[in-house]
Write a new protein. Sequence first.
Length: 613
Amino acid sequence: MVHGADAAAGRSRPRVFISYAHDDAVHVEKVEKLYQLLRVKGGLEAQLDLYASEQPQDWAAWMRRQCAEARYILVIASPAYKRRGDQEEQDGAGLGVVWESRLLREELYRHHLTWHKKILLVVLPGRSEIELPEFFTSSMISRFHVRSLDEAGIEGLVRYMTEQPYRVEPPVGPIPVYNKRASLLHDPSASCVDERGTRARAEALEGSHTTGGGPAADLGGLTAAAWRELSHILVGVAPERWSEQAYLWSFGEIGSTSRAAAPYGVPAGDLYEWAGDLGARRHTPGDLPKAVAFAHALATGYAAGESPADRQRARQLHSWVDRWTDGHGPTAPLPAPLIQRPEATLTVRLVEHPQQPETFYCEVWLRTLGDGRPRRLQPPSSTAPLPVDLNDAKLLLEGSMRDLGTAALGKDGRRTEPLMLRRIEFAVPDGLLEEPFDQWEIRIGRQGRPLGKTHQVVVRCLDQRWGADHAARWTGRWKWLNRESGSDERATVWVEEEHDDCLDDLVGEWCETDHPACVAVAMSQAERGVAAALDAGMPVVVWQRQAHRGDPSVPPLPSLLQVHDVHELPLAVKQLRRDRNQSPSARASVVLLWDDADHPMTPDPLSDANLIA
């Protein structure tokens, strides 16, 4: 076979049609970059609807023609593509993908043995192969994972489509002729068989059963299919501080003889590699596989978390464990692991003083995972709330952060594992939503440092959650966000200048469903978009402070912050606040309202006695 440029000289360039869904602007931009790379760097005649739309089209005919004329069709995995390909989308939405998926089903029907050579399943950075429609999800069909959107990232695709395999089979040589073994009757010394060599070859054959990129099939009491399902949940998930508890629990409960066999330390890599390490260890048939125990313990740990991402991962792991136990036992319920997550959130609550401007009643509350109710740290529970200005409120917060070591004492007075402060919330009236709390310099160690560079800093709303049906909308959207993927195209909506005249219409539309759950406001008068989002009960709103919107060194919000996954927004904003590629004004410009409906804050006065003039 002739490969590469020599092969291309004798035929036309391969024509490639890209089939994808318009999940959001970020996903569309990734697809367009892939298209440009394939044409400019890959030398392929790639086709994309964005460029065809520059001219009027009969889109049904255009899509059928592209599928028929293309030598290759790239199917780009995404949540919207899966919904529309599986016919789970509401009528009238995503008609392009619905039509293309019908054409692709016809291709599978007509060419059921060879369709996979033409229809290539592609997973872009940040996506997963589970986001492909069901009729493409056979585990035996290859996927092309584009690890990065650059020339190196598309190499595997281009090599296949231009017939330039990385490995080319060498020519078959002549069959060798070997000497016959001498008879044992004539050479008694030949009876010494090299048993060590035989044993080494057997061990090499055993090792050849492993599947690429993961644990072996039927390893550690799990089938290859079970390992594959677990990889969809845990690949790329970084271990957290408490993950070691789950790893050790998979060997047995504390004090058991099996727990004594647990190794010192934990494996390297992500949580799937930890599971693979457990699967490679000795497994007695009939015992609970260590990887199943590990997943069960991880599910317990994630279920204790507050973030929507943690709770969603807990449900995925619980479902995976339930599927395994339904098929294999045990008949008794799995014991509940004791997993401690020493993570904390501080909430600074400020309520306006009715008679004194610039004065607030202040409380600082501590909320730890696993505790039923938050505890008030400042002022002490035996004293009334304090009227303070913002500088005094900062000092109260600083004192509370220093006292977290004392807060880590258990009910018996003994010190538990030190608390990790993940997030600081400011539950404030509307007039303080743009206060730069993230820029407060807090001195805990040797030097004061901006709060937003070391912690997730968010604001919460006291004024907009309890009137009319706002509470129902707010809690309904928060539950939806906990149930669905944060990267779901319905989770986030952008409000820009073009929407300024139709905000009332948007609020009316939003109030009809539990989504979106996040509004990103990119308007010059952001307060109008923020007010509309709060009136619709949005639990998550992100925008830029008025003080920074006219600064030429501050890019607009869509250029500064990509909302790929609502679940990850607190971390993404924290990373932005210490991004040295941005100007100090740009880093300080973003406000994130993250209002956890599972832990509501009422706007009631902190003390009736304080209202006496």
